[in-house]
Design a protein around this ligand. Structure first.
Ligand SMILES: [Zn+2]
Length: 443
């Protein structure tokens, strides 16, 4: 691209690699136990310094506990009467065991055309692209059409209690005026046929509901005949839930995704065998398959304290993921399955979210991708997991997953999330930086 066209992103493309790599080198492991969290503050300070260096005023906020660092900066747009766009990303990463990796997970190594390390795709890649683009806008005096709020956040990997959720409850003014948002787990490509890519834009997320089950019985000696055993009752309930198939329910995001994929590939997503056809979608099959129905996967068991003592109480944790619009029906189905003898309570519950795939911002996403990858198609999809979008949706903000990456056809991208040898292609980072640049000038 020529300088005259205003599309010279060469500096941003050069520094995005370094920024991503340096962010990976700051270990921001979030185990979920607030006592062990490290590095968020250091990462926040790094980001603040990179923003201040080019002239941004930054705001540093700790969300609920010491060291839980978040950084905010605002770039004024041409039309202050329009709602702001929130561009958010999380600073923390999940743990990584160096023994399992080809390179040290906090090395940020740049080799073989990739930036390697924990966070390379979740989501220091997007932080790097956002920083590179934010710096370029300030340096080159580019004024976006409306205000942009840049937010770099703590604690996404543990549901945001010390990050986004705390911030929307305690510091909502930081997001004042924001009407739409972009962040992670969307905007990446899948290759649908030779050289033709679909870019998956996240428009919906399943709800996350962690449920505790409890059964009660009569305590007693393990050597006796005993017909009221809490452990037996609990394990029956757990097995029932774990093997239950909830009904397929088509949501708008999934329906639109399948329709677009059908157009692009010629595949026929027969409603009678959706599991079968979705299973043929290659590397995204697991991800899309999980958005066809609710799930309830038992994950933890807790009962007893001695081999020959029948305990009076047994407990289990079940990780439930619920489709938009299904919350009430899901609870009814749970009650039917579990029956009256099993007590249940929610230990954590974040609702499903969904927005529509239309409007000027969606057009801007599509146009910015097609400008950099002609022949590409942007299509909506639902994420089976959850992100900080849950917190910002609660403020009425329309949230999208849009962290653009053009990926090699054979890369199993979804396996890299929280995976061993997490890495991001250097040219994907540069591509994403060009797309973000176009998108933010047109948002
Ligand atoms: Zn993430």
């Amino acid at each position: 691209m020529s300088e005259q066209s205003g599309h010279d992103t060469s500096v941003a493309e050069a520094e995005v690699v370094e920024l991503t790599s340096e962010l990976i080198r700051i270990d921001t492991t979030n185990t979920g136990d607030p006592a062990t969290v490290v590095g968020e503050r250091a990462a926040a300070e790094y980001v603040a310094e990179k923003l201040a260096e080019v002239g941004y005023e930054t705001t540093y906020v700790e969300s609920g506990a010491k060291g839980r660092g978040n950084v905010f900066a605002r770039l004024e747009g041409a039309d202050p009467s329009r709602g702001a766009l929130l561009v958010h990303g999380h600073l923390d990463v999940v743990p990584a065991d160096p023994h399992e990796w080809s390179v040290h997970p906090f090395s940020g190594a740049v080799q073989d055309g990739y930036v390697w390390g924990r966070g390379a795709v979740d989501m220091k890649d997007m932080l790097g692209m956002t920083l590179a683009t934010a710096r370029r806008f300030k340096r080159d005096g580019i004024v976006p059409p409306r205000d942009i709020i840049f937010a770099f956040l703590a604690d996404e990997e543990a549901a945001g209690d010390y990050g986004s959720q705390w911030l929307v409850r305690n510091r909502p003014e930081l997001f004042e005026g924001a009407t739409e948002a972009i962040s992670e787990v969307g905007g990446f490509s899948i290759t649908v046929k030779d050289g033709v890519r679909a870019y998956l834009i996240e428009t919906a997320e399943k709800g996350i509901a962690w449920m505790k089950l409890r059964t009660r019985g009569r305590a007693g000696h393990g050597s006796m005949v005993h017909d009221d055993n809490a452990v037996t009752k609990l394990t029956q309930a757990v097995a029932k839930l774990g093997t239950h198939r909830f009904p397929i329910v088509m949501t708008d995001s999934v329906r639109e995704f399948l329709a677009a994929m059908s157009e692009l590939t010629g595949m026929d997503f027969d409603e009678d065998d959706l599991d079968g056809t979705v299973g043929k979608l290659g590397t995204v099959a697991r991800m899309i398959g999980a958005t066809l129905r609710d799930t309830a996967n038992p994950t933890m068991l807790d009962a007893g304290y001695k081999a020959n003592v029948i305990p009076s109480v047994a407990e289990a944790i079940v990780d439930c993921r619920v489709l938009p619009g299904r919350e009430a029906a899901f609870e009814r189905e749970l009650d039917e399955l579990l029956g009256p003898d099993v007590e249940r309570e929610w230990v954590s519950k974040l609702p499903p979210v969904e927005t529509t795939f239309d409007g000027a911002l969606v057009d801007a996403m599509t146009n910015s991708i097609v400008a950099e990858d002609p022949g590409a198609r942007a299509i909506p999809y639902m994420l089976s997991g959850g992100t900080d979008a849950k917190a910002f949706s609660s403020l009425g903000i329309r949230c999208f997953g849009f962290a653009p990456l053009r990926l090699p056809a054979d890369l199993d991208f979804s396996a890299l999330f929280h995976g061993v040898d997490e890495r991001v292609p250097v040219d994907a980072l540069q591509f994403g930086t060009r797309v973000l640049d176009r998108f933010l000038r047109d948002c």
